[in-house]
Design a protein around this ligand. Structure first.
Ligand code: G2I
Length: 444
């Protein structure tokens, strides 16, 4: 990192001496969580989002700036999406999906099957009627969001706490021990390209019976061809468990089974900087740790707001934990392995579109505008989402096919056969300091 900084500085010096101005922003020091995660091998840094807050501009300012992935906090749960049997309700979930995808953010669906937050009609069901109802639910919801949801939490929290290593007792569990794999198969049939995850809490400590039990389930699924692609560790620390020193072992052990690992609901009581940066460092050390999602933006948005567990305070200010996370992300050296598409776990399903990386090279700066070029690695057919900051505007592009979201500040650039580098000119419009951010790079 030091070496790279030195190279940038000396390049600027040389070019300045030759009469050309180049802005000295160092591409290795991203200034937002999502941009930095994207630079670490195409990872994602996301947040839970509540539809009710999308008209709070203090909230959306942070959301738009910092994150490249969202998880609807409550809007895709069973009680929200199927409040009456056979009557589906997608309004709030669709709002979040539309909000996110139009800005180039990826969506994690949460959650198709869960013992909790069931609508009244489902709570009262059992046996084969419940089995049929939950599989229909999985099929309908995954079909509705097909192509819009990158990862699904297919099954949430199916294991018991404590030392038993047993399944959690629930109406779903009582339909038969195979209910989890039946749900994964139904989701795979409905949306073959979505990455299908098992998600749980208290599976962070490698020595815990619950962690071991989930590990054995994933191992069994992989050995029998049950379509599972990822494991989500909720990681609600000190909401029952502390950050464990063997967390990295847990992440790498799951990854060694051939699944991606995601940190899906991260929050830590009182937001200690050390635990937050340890979590980031552990994820970056495991190339299949692809996503870190915090469970809310500001402390006031948190399900446990009295514990101030998040990265922004109630006024939207960055906390010390934010700086620790960004620094850990920026210092991470592991670029991951973006050229290997994630496994679908299902040999009959073609691999989903994978990730690539996109790196920014600052170009010439004039008084009113500047050029940027972007080089893509890991794919020949790609699309790269670039966000600029208002009131700046992109006025010209080259070597790609651009399209724009409704705001005009987010450009999706697709390869057009002219190579792996594209470029664009941005008008400053009075803001001479902001620079474009890479939101995502997708291979297709
Ligand atoms: O409980 C924390 C999380 C554990 N893992 C699964 C997650 O889905 C879960 O999220 C929380 C949400 O953060 C809460 O917002 O899940 C809770 C229960 O589904 C959510 O709480 C619900 C309340 O129970 C409702 O009374 C309330 O109307 O939030 C709703 C919206 O504020």
């Amino acid at each position: 990192m030091r070496l790279r900084t030195a190279v940038v500085v000396s390049t600027v010096g040389l070019l300045a001496a030759a009469g050309t101005l180049v802005f000295a922003s160092n591409a290795s020091a991203a200034t937002t969580l999502g941009a930095s995660a994207a630079e670490r091998g195409g990872r994602y840094f996301g947040t839970a989002v509540a539809a009710s807050r999308l008209n709070d501009s203090a909230y959306t300012t942070i959301l738009n700036r910092e994150f490249n992935q969202v998880t609807p906090e409550n809007e895709m749960k069973i009680d929200a999406t199927e409040p009456q049997q056979g009557q589906f309700s997608y309004g709030n979930a669709d709002r979040i999906v539309q909000y996110a995808t139009s800005r180039g953010m990826k969506v994690r669906g949460h959650t198709l099957a869960w013992h909790s937050q069931q609508p009244g009609w489902m709570q009262n069901m059992s046996g084969s009627a419940l089995r049929q109802a939950i599989l229909n639910h999985v099929t309908q919801v995954a079909t509705h969001f097909r192509g819009q949801v990158t990862w699904w939490d297919v099954v949430n929290e199916a294991y018991a706490d404590g030392s038993s290593g047993a399944r959690r007792d629930s109406n779903l569990q009582r339909t038969g021990n195979d209910w989890i794999e039946a749900a994964f198969r139904a989701a795979d049939a409905a949306d073959p390209n979505a990455l299908l995850c098992y998600n749980d809490y208290n599976i962070d400590n490698w020595n815990d019976a619950k962690t071991q039990a989930v590990y054995r389930m994933v191992q069994d699924f992989k050995s029998r061809g049950v379509p599972i692609d990822c494991v989500g560790l909720q990681s609600h620390f000190t909401g029952g468990s502390n950050y464990p020193s063997n967390y990295r072992t847990t992440l790498s052990s799951f990854a060694a089974l051939g699944v991606d690992v995601h940190i899906t609901e991260l929050d830590i009581r009182n937001a200690p900087t050390s635990a937050y940066s340890n979590v980031v460092n552990d994820c970056l050390a495991v190339s299949r740790c692809r996503v870190i999602t915090v469970w809310g933006i500001r402390d006031s948005d948190s399900w446990r707001s009295s514990e101030s567990p998040l990265l922004f305070d109630g006024s939207g200010n960055k906390k010390a934990a934010y700086n620790a996370v960004l620094t850990a992300l920026n210092n991470g050296s592991d670029p991951g392995n973006p050229t290997t598409p994630p496994s679908t776990g299902n040999p009959t399903t073609p691999p989903p579109s994978g990730s690539c990386t996109a790196s920014v090279t600052p170009g010439t700066v004039w008084g009113d505008r500047y050029n940027t070029s972007v080089t893509v690695n890991g794919a020949s057919n790609w699309s790269v989402v670039v966000a600029i900051t208002s009131p700046q505007r992109i006025s010209a592009t080259w070597s790609g096919s651009p399209s724009w979201d409704s705001s005009g500040y987010v450009m999706t650039m697709r390869s057009n056969g002219s190579g792996n580098t594209f470029g664009f000119t941005t008008m400053m419009n009075g803001n001479s300091s902001a620079r474009p951010q890479i939101r995502s790079c997708t291979a297709s």
